[in-house]
Design a protein around this ligand. Structure first.
Ligand code: FCB
Length: 441
């Protein structure tokens, strides 16, 4: 790596991120079922029909996993609490063992000298609530806010920061329009409702948590530079629609700028009744913004499909094992665009950045030079953004461990640490060692 800790401001935080469903093992500890369990149990949705029942067995191995973070010199750890582990039915009876688990986890992070960054929702909607319509039902705002208050009451005295939701675009659009994530809906009206309700839930939870004295409240959004596939005006317009749905919808609404016209041109007829009256709650001021950045999207006009009438086309750049183009300058573009625009004045964290590699364990080692280059390139882009005035406060690699990559099951490996799922053996990859060396003081 060419970059090291000394290239960043003194209090800049380096960390790694995970999410509950992807690592914990939901069959342990009295958790209830969530919509990913049923999505995975339905043919054709998930590679190999893999689910999160065991995952990395982090529920039992969390101490060793926190040791790995500490030994890499990390300053902070971003994790999520699983809603169905705490409230197996989504509301009502509390699973005490679930809250106790996160209590020990937060203490364990602190004992190792790291800052706990909590995310309240990383996609594990309890099945009981999914059965009531989940994110399509306006009541989700109240259900989520009650859950958020419960977690805050137990952990709020020790966490350094709280994000309401991870990647609302995935919660709403990818899951209700594209159908690639649970609950696998492909319906524009369902999508429009979820696109709004996810923000309403964020806003009501922000207000409740702030009222309960919480500090450092934010949200984690995903961004991808939207590139037109050609100079043709139709492709440029297609990219503008993609950009509005993916990159602008959430942050502009939270900034009090309303929903972008290029998205409303298709979604307006399908919005929930009375949505306009919610926009003030949605614009509850944030304390910080989390940015997840992996790649860019290349959009072409597709006359054969209804609105938004675009398709994504393969770009020319080198790709990760997900087929995602590697383009570090996109991180710079996103950070500067946000900080000059709808996130003006907000501290920003890169809450996820990383890549899946074709990683193999050979003689107790995993050689992953491409990942080292990926991290180095994106840290360089982050540093350039800081020198150009972006108030960037930290960078979290996705992910600490190889884990359950949603519809791709255990087939894709993003970890700094390799996981052998048959034995649960952890093996730090070369990228782990390179990052540890870069972070050494
Ligand atoms: C993000 C998700 C995370 C992981 C990475 C690869 O969209 O937040 O859980 O799947 O992508």
């Amino acid at each position: 790596m060419t970059i090291s800790r000394s290239d960043f401001p003194e209090h800049f935080l380096f960390g790694a991120a995970t999410a509950a469903y992807q690592i914990e093992g939901m069959a342990s500890g009295g958790a209830g079922p969530c919509h990913w369990d049923t999505f995975a149990a339905t043919p054709g949705n998930v590679f190999g029909a893999h689910d999160g029942a065991v995952a990395c067995d982090h529920y039992h191995r969390w101490e060793g996993d926190l040791d790995l973070l500490q030994a890499a010199g990390m300053d902070s750890y971003r994790f999520s609490t699983a809603w169905p582990r705490i409230l197996p039915e989504g509301r009502g009876a509390v699973n005490a063992a679930g809250l106790d688990f996160y209590d020990r986890l937060v203490d364990g992070v602190l004992e190792r000298g790291m800052k706990p960054f909590l995310t309240l929702y990383h996609w594990d909607l309890p099945s009981a609530l999914a059965g009531l319509g989940g994110w399509m039902n306006r009541d989700v705002a109240g259900w989520f806010t009650d859950y958020a208050e419960l977690v805050h009451a137990r952990l709020g005295d020790r966490v350094a920061s709280t994000a309401t939701l991870n990647e609302p675009w995935c919660v709403a659009w990818l899951s209700h329009f594209v159908g690639a994530h649970a609950p696998g809906m492909r319906d524009i009206r369902a999508a429009a409702h979820a696109m709004h309700h996810v923000l309403l839930a964020h806003g009501t939870a922000m207000q409740a948590l702030r009222g309960a004295g919480a500090k450092e409240l934010g949200i984690v959004l995903n961004f991808e530079t939207a590139t037109p596939a050609s100079d043709a005006p139709e492709d440029i317009a297609a990219a503008a629609r993609g950009d509005a749905i993916y990159n602008r919808w959430f942050i502009e609404a939270m900034a009090g700028q309303g929903y972008p016209a290029e998205a409303m041109e298709g979604l307006a007829p399908h919005m929930p009744m009375g949505w306009e009256a919610d926009m003030d709650i949605i614009a509850t001021p944030l304390d910080w913004l989390g940015v997840n950045y992996y790649t860019r999207a290349n959009y072409a006009h597709d006359a054969d499909t209804p609105w938004p009438s675009y398709k994504q086309v393969e770009g020319p750049l080198p790709k990760t094992d997900m087929g995602w183009e590697i383009r570090p300058e996109g991180l710079y573009e996103i950070l500067t665009r946000l900080s000059d625009g709808p996130a003006k004045g907000l501290p920003i964290y890169v809450t996820e950045n990383g890549m899946a590699g074709d990683d193999h364990l050979n003689a107790c080692a995993v050689h992953d030079p491409v990942r080292i280059g990926y991290i180095d390139g994106h840290l360089a882009a982050a540093r350039r953004a800081i020198s150009d005035g972006v108030d960037l406060r930290g960078f979290f690699y996705w992910s600490l461990l190889d884990n359950y990559e949603w519809a791709f099951g255990y087939d894709k490996r993003f970890g700094l640490v390799h996981v052998d799922y048959a034995t649960q053996t952890r093996t730090p990859k070369s990228s782990y060692h390179a990052l540890a060396a870069a972070l050494a003081r």
